[in-house]
Design a protein around this ligand. Sequence first.
Ligand SMILES: CC(=O)N[C@H]1[C@@H](OP(=O)(O)OP(=O)(O)OC[C@H]2O[C@@H](n3ccc(=O)[nH]c3=O)[C@H](O)[C@@H]2O)O[C@H](CO)[C@@H](O)[C@@H]1O[C@H](C)C(=O)N[C@@H](C)C(=O)N[C@H](CCC(=O)O)C(=O)O
Ligand SMILES: Nc1ncnc2c1ncn2[C@@H]1O[C@H](COP(=O)(O)OP(=O)(O)OP(=O)(O)O)[C@@H](O)[C@H]1O
Length: 491
Amino acid sequence: MYAEELLSALPLKRVIGPMPTLIKDIAIDSRIVEEKSLFVCIKGDTVDGHEYAQQAVNNGAIVIVTERELVLEGDVTQVIVQDTNRAIGLLAAKFFDYPSNELTMVGVTGTNGKTSVTGIIHNLLQSMGERSALTGTIGFNLNGILYETANTTSDALSTQQMIFRAKMEGCRAMIMEVSSHGLALGRLAGVEYDVAIFTNLTHDHLDFHGTMEEYGNAKGLLFSQLGQDLSKNKVVVLNADDAWSKKYAMLTQFPIYTYGIKDETAAFRATGIRYEDGMTYFTLHSPEGNYDVSMHLLGEFNVYNMLAAIAAFYGRGYALELIVEHIAELLPVKGRMEKVQSDLPFDIFIDYAHTPDAIEKAIDAAMPYKRPGKKMIFLVGTGGGRDKTKRPAMAEKASRCEYVVLTTDDPRYEEFDSITGDLAKGMTHENFACIGDRAEAVRHAVSVAEEGDIIIFAGKGHEDYQIIENTKYPHSDTDIALEEGRKKFNL
Ligand SMILES: CC(=O)N[C@H]1[C@@H](OP(=O)(O)OP(=O)(O)OC[C@H]2O[C@@H](n3ccc(=O)[nH]c3=O)[C@H](O)[C@@H]2O)O[C@H](CO)[C@@H](O)[C@@H]1O[C@H](C)C(=O)N[C@@H](C)C(=O)N[C@H](CCC(=O)O)C(=O)O
Ligand SMILES: Nc1ncnc2c1ncn2[C@@H]1O[C@H](COP(=O)(O)OP(=O)(O)OP(=O)(O)O)[C@@H](O)[C@H]1O
């Protein structure tokens, strides 16, 4: 792109040096700068990107966007702006020519359920033969190929790049998990959403947001940023059973489609929920009448997730009959109350619950499968160096199970005992063990399991690794549990 044209995205700037003709790429990481690039210096949490400007020049950057004049060697032009974090959003959207305008963009926010709802919508679109891309905690799924991403909601540059790639690969839709961090830090700058969905808001991430109020306000940005152009067919989907939905409804004038189980005024409502033989059944009440829905996804929380997806499809003009037909074929989302197929005499569920509410919902989901007189064992961990206030509440929720194993998810730099010690403060009974080493904890959970019991391994879900300090080690709750179980029962 012509440098002049690209930089026109930044009206307030001071340019030092001659303007080059062409910019071939944009980068925010000096280690992966290409020839003839523009590098934007971002002040991070751990380091300041301004310190890496020289490395970026050495690797081929010809323009540096910076918040202060830097001493740099080489043929390089400096563009001084007040806020580089804001600048990268404007530049990235311009460089990729505002790709979100050409796709149906779906954003899902909420404490729990983002991966599930985005996965459901993406998989339903695929099953109807429509090409869509998906980004979130699991990575960037482009036409079936999964690319790793550092965050649930990626930085502003990667976000625009991914939408552009989806457009170039012929996708008609892009389904995105929208985290509160992503919204608060401007990672979604320039993303024009057509569908904005809210799942729920419960305790998480208070290390970052400080209060639930701030956390809730950050999520509200998804709705307020939909804009005022009512000629666009934008759709807002809100959970009628969550009090925050009333606040979000006030942030936008676009049509609202509510869903829920308790609130009888919800436009999309489920009643008569039944769980049988690994299936969930319910009656869908909709503006178009009632439908019988059957799905392989387990638990009431997945009924909520499915209702959110159904409301979104309806809002975009899809026939409910068609959607309900495709739901019956849908496979469970990976690592979200996924039942492990095995020859062991007890049941294993793998789940990603890492908030108090999600733990409660995971236990609810498994309860219909609990046999009389048999135990439910819950293994729960949490990440190191993140919101510590939620830890006792997580263990308190897990205490509903007869036996609890307290462990770690990704301990990062925190001591095992510090994590399990915080969790233990919330236990309401004595039938639990604190075992920081997760592999050991999984083996222990299996060692106490007897015929007919259920074990839920929570917190790792789809992940096949554990991060200790800053290293990713291979780890699979499923593999360890199966190996230990077979040994125990001589299979
Ligand atoms: C606190 C936080 O959000 N940190 C994010 C931030 O990292 P950081 O501030 O540490 O960045 P940094 O390493 O200091 O680097 C600053 C700048 O210098 C550049 N740099 C750095 C080193 C170098 O050699 N050269 C160079 O140019 C970097 O590319 C960057 O532009 O910028 C990185 C790149 O965009 C993010 O990956 C990183 O997310 C980390 C991994 C993270 O864990 N974030 C969590 C808190 C988060 O965002 N979570 C949410 C919610 C998840 C959920 O729903 O549960 C998410 O959306 O993921
Ligand atoms: N609608 C929901 N309400 C409450 N709990 C839910 C809901 N959907 C999923 N959960 C629980 O939360 C866990 C995480 O689900 P999911 O990955 O879909 O959420 P998420 O919002 O993407 O979380 P994260 O971004 O932290 O990965 C699930 O394994 C399940 O235990």
